[in-house]
Design a protein around this ligand. Structure first.
Ligand SMILES: C=C(O[C@@H]1C=C(C(=O)O)C=C[C@H]1O)C(=O)O
Length: 363
């Protein structure tokens, strides 16, 4: 900027002026969101305030408009928090996640809903489903697949018996660190705690650096972090949140074998989410156990030019559900070409359930 002052005092004065303007604008935005709440309740006293498709549009628009120097994702993260605070004025969102506190699932929940959401840890994936089904919370967050380790079967199985919908997805880059407590003897580490998935994601690093240490699988990374607090010869593999929560030191950072290691989480709720323009749909389909069943299922996707992003098979748990496929594809059930595809798949399948159409993860 040509009119940017060059001395420190003048620059700071300029920053104060800008902050005053930002403050006014954020307050104006928050008042607007409060008005939205009034309009929503006037239309429907039971109105749902959180609108995933609208939030995805807001974030995508900001990323597209972003002039820099902050990068688009960083800017969207700031707006994510502004929206989260605005939404909390309308109605704080209550979210159950696969706990305990400090897990990657909590990190995913906060990444998706922002820090103003009320997040509650649950002991197991089916408990997250139950809390949402019972209406004790508005949404749930559960892991569904990891780029290194594959699918989280427990989550897929829970969908088979549930009436909940998928309302969103969030992808998190997973960075693991080797963590110790202040009292740990770093040269005497003989035991390492972690979740089995994390051990699998750091296998090569561990073989190279700690081939002798006993690897003790525990129920979560956060639990691993909690355990090392009281053991002078143990370390944990866990992420940033657990490290911070238990005030642990990092002996080594980003020890995952694959630098692109990421986990996808699903947001589950009761809502049918309208189209945002960049949507995904998830289905569960049962096919009869007969030759050519998989081909029959996939052929309409090819013909309708629908972009399938994932296909998983799970063993059936009942007579009718011979082969059960979980399918994700790009598009929304309200698009005519998607509706046509689903009509065809429904005819060919023994059973078909749409788990939800939802905005593709933005951040
Ligand atoms: C303000 C609204 O309500 C909520 C808050 C939003 C925001 O702060 O931009 C966006 C969507 C909703 O989750 C809205 O629906 O527009």
């Amino acid at each position: 900027m040509s009119d940017t002052p060059v001395n420190l005092d003048a620059l700071r004065e300029r920053i104060d002026e800008i902050d005053t303007r930002i403050l006014e604008l954020i307050s104006e935005r928050a008042r607007c969101a409060q008005r939205v709440a009034q309009v929503k309740t006037a239309d429907d006293p039971q109105a749902v305030f959180y609108r995933p498709e609208r939030e995805a549009q807001v974030l995508r628009r900001i990323m597209a408009l972003n002039p820099g120097p902050l990068d688009a994702e960083e800017m969207a993260r700031l707006f994510r928090e502004i929206m989260s605070a605005c939404l909390a004025l309308e109605q704080p969102v209550k979210v159950a996640y696969l706990g305990p506190e400090g897990t990657f699932t909590q990190q995913a929940a906060l990444k998706h809903f922002g820090e103003s959401a009320v997040s509650l840890p649950m002991a197991a994936i089916d408990e997250v489903f139950r809390e949402v089904e019972a209406g004790a919370v508005n949404y749930g967050v559960v892991p569904v697949e990891n780029s290194t380790e594959g699918v989280v079967n427990h989550t897929l199985d829970s969908f088979m018996d549930s009436s909940l919908h998928i309302c969103g997805e969030v992808v998190l880059r997973i960075h693991h660190h080797l963590l110790i407590a202040g009292t740990t003897r770093q040269d005497k580490i003989s035991r390492i705690y972690s979740h089995p998935q994390s051990f699998a994601q750091c296998r090569k690093w561990l073989d190279a650096h700690y081939p002798q240490a006993e690897r003790v699988p525990v129920s979560s990374n956060a639990e691993a972090a909690r355990l090392v607090k009281s053991e002078w010869h143990s370390a944990a593999i866990a992420g940033d949140m657990a490290a911070k929560l238990y005030e642990l030191e990092r002996v080594a950072e980003k020890i995952e074998d694959r630098p692109d290691n990421s986990t996808r989480f699903l947001i589950i709720g009761h809502q049918d989410v309208p189209m945002c323009g960049t949507d995904k749909t998830s289905l569960v389909v049962a096919m009869r156990n007969q030759p050519g069943a998989l081909h029959d299922l996939l052929e309409p996707f090819h013909r309708h030019q629908i972009d399938m992003t994932r296909l998983e098979t799970r063993p059936s748990r009942s007579g009718v559900w011979n082969y059960v496929f979980f399918i994700d594809f790009k598009g929304h059930v309200d698009q005519p070409e998607v509706a046509a595809l689903l009509d065809e798949v429904r005819l060919r399948a023994a059973e078909m359930k749409v788990l939800g159409s939802y905005p593709q993860g933005v951040l």
